[in-house]
Design a protein around this ligand. Structure first.
Ligand code: HEM
Length: 409
């Protein structure tokens, strides 16, 4: 049996400054062609093909080392540490099952269905002043839309959506070493402000009379959930549900602008919208890397992974595994993907809590946009974020060609 450190593996350059766009794809798909495993030039190993990624994410012998990674960066106490300690991603075993169980009913597919009218109303409002011509799609639509929906889900006033979006961005930054090192005071301020905000929402007379906070209030009052646990749960939802959805919608519209024939196919047959969302998720997953720490040694495909091995599961390559998908590098909303769902929402115990909500939000957005605009083209340079963390776009200038009279959405 060979231990992972003894293998001669291709090297993944995690510090490559061009780790986004086509350069990111080139590096990852080149690695996938050579092996199912690569060595990171920083720390640990990258797992590349679908079977192995799925195996690692479902394994009970490995867990997400969220707090360890933060502590490695020198943050061992204070509001950022406290915030991340209680995040669902950082919890394991029984405490994780108990807390996740308390919020599960807010995120069922049925619950997402009931939110579709609110999604359409917010999209109509956001698109009201977007006429024919050029628009910076990220700032105008992709960013405010999921922040508004999280306000709906949490039971916060919609006017607070910009603040929620801002906190979500900074809390999500706890997973990005550059931001933890560069902007610790900003992240800390967001953690404190968000904590105080949810504390106020939890008060019985607050504006949160429906939604997640109102659903959790009885458990807090009965002592089954501490206020700190409740704030962490709401924080998990905020941190998980804003940047991810906005990034996925932005990449989706970028893909359509780059593949006009796919937009035309969708306009020809809007029943393809759910399949189109799956194809966007498959082709450009916005959480490309999911980290796991081995807690109990295991062997996979004859390779031994000792305790404390750090594994980075790569959804980008898993979703283009040629052993699973025919023509994986082709973006095609009509392709038969054999019912194999992409790994973009993870797998195993930490499988995305908000998947049904995210899918519904993406479906509604694409459906409204494809009904409204006959054509979508790039109107300038796409500004990519880097792939580690949530892989989004800073800017997406689009030229939109109208299909319906201005003002209808
Ligand atoms: C396109 C949008 C989304 C993508 C691509 C996405 C992706 C993911 C992935 C990959 C994970 C697993 C991370 C891991 O195993 O380490 C995850 C977990 C999670 N997601 Fe999402 N997500 C999205 C939207 C949402 C939304 C809308 C919510 C709102 C509720 C949400 C809440 C969460 C939570 C709370 C977790 C942690 C679950 C746990 O640890 O048990 N996500 N998400």
């Amino acid at each position: 049996m060979t231990t992972v450190d003894e293998l001669d593996l291709p090297v993944f350059d995690q510090q490559d400054a061009a780790l986004s766009g086509e350069a990111f794809h080139r590096q990852m798909f080149d690695l996938l062609e050579r092996s199912w495993l690569a060595r990171s030039n920083l720390l640990g190993h990258v797992v590349l093909d679908r079977e192995a990624v799925d195996h690692v994410l479902r394994s009970r012998s490995a867990r997400m080392p969220a707090i360890e990674l933060l502590e490695l960066q020198g943050v061992t106490s204070g509001p950022i540490h406290e915030q991340l300690s209680g995040n669902l991603l950082n919890l394991h075993g029984e405490p994780h099952r108990r807390l996740r169980g308390l919020v599960q009913s807010t995120f069922t597919p049925q619950a997402a269905e009931t939110l579709r009218p609110a999604m359409r109303a917010h999209l109509a409002e956001l698109l009201r002043d977007v006429g024919e011509g050029t628009v910076e799609f990220v700032g105008r639509v992709a960013k405010p839309y999921p922040a508004r929906m999280i306000a709906e889900v949490v039971g916060a006033p919609v006017e607070d959506a910009p603040a929620l979006g801002e906190w979500a961005y900074w809390l999500q930054s706890t997973f990005d070493p550059t931001k933890v090192a560069g902007e610790p005071a900003r992240i800390e301020r967001a953690a404190v402000e968000f904590h105080d905000y949810v504390e106020r929402l939890l008060e019985p007379g607050s504006s949160a009379q429906a939604g997640l906070v109102a659903d959790l209030r009885p458990a807090v009052e009965a002592g089954r959930l501490t206020p700190a646990e409740c704030i962490s749960l709401v924080g998990s939802v905020l941190l998980g549900g804003v940047d991810t959805t906005q990034a996925q919608l932005s990449h989706g519209m970028r893909l359509f602008a780059e593949h006009p024939e796919q937009w035309a196919a969708l306009r020809g047959d809007p029943s393809l919208v759910p399949a189109a969302v799956d194809e966007i998720l498959r082709y450009e997953p916005v959480a490309p890397f999911t980290v796991r720490l081995v807690t109990e040694a295991f062997t996979h495909r004859g390779v031994h992974f000792p305790v404390d091995s750090l594994l980075i599961a790569c959804a980008t390559t898993a979703n283009r595994d040629p052993a699973v998908y025919t023509d994986p590098d082709v973006f095609d909303v009509r392709a038969d993907r054999g019912g194999t769902k992409p790994l973009s929402f993870g797998a195993g115990p930490h499988f995305c809590l908000g998947m049904a909500l995210a899918r519904a939000e993406l479906e509604e957005a694409i459906a409204v946009l494809v009904e409204r605009y006959a054509t979508v083209e790039l109107a300038g340079e796409v500004a990519y974020d880097t792939a580690p963390g949530v892989y989004g776009l800073h800017a997406l200038p689009l030229r939109l060609g109208h299909a319906t009279p201005t003002g209808t959405a």
